[in-house]
Design a protein around this ligand. Sequence first.
Ligand code: ATP
Ligand code: MG
Ligand code: FE
Length: 343
Amino acid sequence: MHILGIETSCDETGVAIYHTQKGLLAHRLYSQIRTHAEYGGVVPELASRDHIKKLVPLIRQVIADANISKRQIDGVAYTAGPGLVGALLVGAAVARSLAWTLGVPSIGVHHMEGHLLAPLMEPDPPRFPFVALLVSGGHTQLIEVEGIGHYRILGESLDDAAGEAFDKTAKMLDLGYPGGPAIAELAEEGDVQRFEFPRPMTDRPGLDFSFSGLKTHTLLTFASTAKTRQDKADIAKAFQEAVVDTLVIKCRRALKKTRLTRLVVAGGVSANRSMRDKLRRMAREESFQVYFPRLEFCGDNGAMIAFAGCQRLLAGQTEPPEISAFPRWPLSTLAPITLEQDS
Ligand code: ATP
Ligand code: MG
Ligand code: FE
């Protein structure tokens, strides 16, 4: 079965074709970073318009890359939320029209379920149950995952998401947008000894996060320096390590609390090298196993939507006839499905 996946929840147009037996056949991503960079963040109306321009040509290219004809598509998966409503509606309208024309089912996928399941496309995928850490531009969540759609939120950010904190800190340091990769890159030149930033909410029990205080701390520290490149690098390093250590501490705590031994990390921030290194080290020390998506599937992409949609279509899930998009959509409300796993 060939599933076409379409992602348009924010500022990336992602398209992919996933085959139930052969795996991922083709995927392409068009990033709108340059469109939004001059505004220092995503402008929703520009995002929708750009998806309108790029989506159909991208679908054509991916079908050609996969070396199939559109008549071989057996289902269309698209991101139905959460995200920017205009951007979501572009993907939903195109996906559902295409599915209707081809006479195949369509399925609206939860963007965060897409992220969460992305590591399952890798060789040697994790088996259920596991703890998932979703760290992206809009979410920081620890989730107990018993299976697809069986999600129990163990903890989440009470204010900024980790990626959002990276983006806002980068803006403060004048490093541009998106901030995560810029901070990570500059942090390479930073002296870890110079500043010690707090690890928020790690000194009390619980699995929630808070990153907005760290942002203020960064602002005050920056104001106290001469704002040279080295100052920025040292602050980028201190900030990154504070976020990473906080995430590592809470992951360890979540694994101990649930008595689970597998940790799955996904979302844009899971591309952060320091975080990958520190989580791998923690996992080694505690005899846990940790799983990440390949780097290109950490951020938004069509492959994760094709894969997640494929699982739900295989489980026989259908959707109502009207087109809908859900800007807000709690992950915990998704329908559970059972997936056959080879063990
Ligand atoms: P959500 O998935 O919550 O709806 P989103 O789709 O905007 O939000 P993603 O595309 O998954 O988020 O991830 C983008 C985020 O990841 C941005 O905040 C970006 O700064 C961050 N990011 C990307 N690479 C890195 C990195 N190497 N280190 C830290 N953060 C990173
Ligand atoms: Mg993005
Ligand atoms: Fe995302």
